[in-house]
Design a protein around this ligand. Structure first.
Ligand code: SF4
Length: 502
């Protein structure tokens, strides 16, 4: 069986580095896991790392559970610089942004309140996702602890969702509640956040009055967060949001290129300095973007868990397949149920608020599409998904441009996926694909490369639209966001016109 990273025990003694000529010892991760009943009352749990709307909605969902969770602000360049100052050298830049964001937040509290480091360590803790790698994601928690220690917050508690059974240093069970039951409403909040984010990217580029979409989205946040905090009906809340969004006046026959954003998950999703505000930049340049929602990552994680589990079983004992294995069957059923439940909630919420044309990714189909190019056993980052998304866009004419965003120093995205993408683009020379690195510096270079790729995308969108006949009468429904015809055209204006000609 494959080993879990939680089973790996660190060496007990410090390594002597005196051979380097200086009196140094290897840095060791000291873990403070204590979280007692008293802490439960007094401690503020910090979290973050999703889109701004999702962090806020999750905070509202946890408030309903009487849990004291606070979402960190969106990471910015100052977070990045703080991460670089206190983090290890040679990390990928989401590490610097996210780790630095936490340190910066604590330092600001210190400045504003005059609290001592010890008081902050006592009063706050941080919860984050974690993994076993194989990329640097497996080191995130250690990076947090290292940077916090060097910034003067030694002993600051960092927990991971992965370890939902946490024990204190003395072996007693921790009072920190990370049980699966706690996640249900926050996961619903994440799904709703995904749906509202997707809609905002479909609506905002076509708004007649600048800022109207953001105002409507803010109203949706108020409605949904009120429902989450007060255990009200979420479907009713989403129906109210539908009415708010329908009030935004649109001109959807403007020709705009559609840009699919893929790449390393955090870099593609974040909405700020972490990707030079790519989504807003594309809109300002006259494009419509297709974002990567968090549910896509969830679906990939579920697919990976089944894929690697099946492989382990094959390797472990081929003879086992000849008789009924209860635990494997149970695991398969639970995984399938989880997938079906998440997809059902997403579809129900999407239909209620009026997102009709969004198809959740079929990871199995995408894996079949990409496995000619990408070895499916290669884990890390988004695995085969970056290549699969490009192929999907080419085969199904989804976008005029595919941008793959990769953080500086990202092994799976830069070294593996990009190497393979050059083979894909050599087989499909007409594909408009841009791979771009976000180093946390060099915005001018980043923007100018995006603008160059957009030039070609704008031409394609224009040609696609102008090849269609414009009917004499354009019905009002084309300017309503609820009208979402799906057809072989990529651009929104071309899709609408094509649907009228059918
Ligand atoms: S996928 Fe890349 S950027 Fe993300 S944690 Fe792994 S190495 Fe870092």
């Amino acid at each position: 069986m494959m080993s879990s990273c939680s089973n790996i025990k660190p060496p007990q003694s410090n390594i002597d580095l005196n051979y380097l000529g200086t009196q140094k010892t290897q840095w060791r991760d000291t873990i403070n896991r204590d979280f007692t009943k008293k802490d439960q009352k007094d401690t503020v749990i910090l979290f973050g790392g999703m889109t701004i709307l999702q962090d806020r909605l999750v905070m509202a969902a946890l408030e309903a559970k009487k849990e004291k969770y606070v979402a960190l602000p969106n990471p910015d360049f100052e977070s990045f610089r703080t991460g670089k100052a206190y983090g290890n050298r040679g990390q990928c830049n989401p590490t610097y942004f996210t780790v630095g964001n936490l340190v910066k937040y604590l330092q600001n509290i210190q400045k504003e309140t005059g609290m001592s480091s010890e008081e902050i360590v006592q009063k706050y803790a941080y919860v984050t996702a974690n993994g076993c790698g194989p990329c640097r994601f497996g080191m995130y928690i250690t990076e947090y602890r290292k940077a916090l220690t060097d910034a003067g917050f030694e002993g600051f508690r960092v927990f991971s969702f992965e370890h939902n059974k946490i024990t204190n240093e003395d072996g007693s069970e921790s009072e920190l509640n990370l049980s699966p039951a706690l996640y249900i409403t926050p996961i619903k909040a994440v799904l709703i956040g995904d749906i509202i984010n997707i809609l905002s990217h479909k609506i905002r580029p076509y708004e007649v009055e600048k800022g109207a979409t953001d105002k409507a989205i803010e109203k949706c946040y108020d409605i949904v967060s009120d429902a989450l905090k007060n255990n009200k009906n979420l479907l009713f809340a989403l129906w109210k949001c539908r009415k708010e969004l329908a009030k935004v006046k649109l001109d959807r026959l403007q020709i705009k290129p559609k840009v699919m954003i893929v790449g390393e998950f955090w870099a593609a999703m974040t909405e700020g300095d972490g990707n030079y505000n790519l989504h807003r930049f594309l809109e300002a340049e006259g494009a419509e973007s297709i974002p990567q929602p968090i549910i896509n990552r969830l679906m990939l994680s579920i697919w990976e868990s089944t894929y690697f589990f099946n492989k382990e079983l094959d390797i472990e004992d081929e003879a086992k397949t000849n008789y009924f294995d209860f635990s494997s069957t149970k695991r398969r059923i639970i995984t399938k149920l989880l997938e079906v439940t998440i997809k059902s909630y997403f579809t129900l919420y999407a239909k209620t608020i009026g997102l009709h044309d969004y198809t959740l990714p079929d990871i199995e189909a995408l894996s079949k599409l990409s496995r000619v190019y990408f070895p499916l056993d290669a884990e890390g980052g988004e695995g085969h998904m970056e290549v699969a998304h490009l192929l999907e866009s080419i085969h199904h004419n989804i976008a005029h441009l595919v941008i793959s965003v990769k953080p500086f120093g990202c092994m799976p995205s830069s070294a593996v996926s990009d190497g393979i993408q050059s083979l894909v683009t050599s087989h499909y020379p007409s594909a408009n694909f841009l791979s771009i690195e976000t180093s946390g510096e060099g915005a001018a270079n980043f923007y100018s490369r995006v603008q160059m790729a957009l030039f070609k995308a704008k031409q394609s969108a224009k040609e696609e639209f102008e090849a269609l006949e414009t009917p004499e009468h354009i019905p009002e429904k084309v300017h309503n966001y609820l009208y979402q015809p799906k057809n072989e055209k990529a651009g929104t204006a071309a899709q609408l016109l094509y649907s009228l000609n059918m």
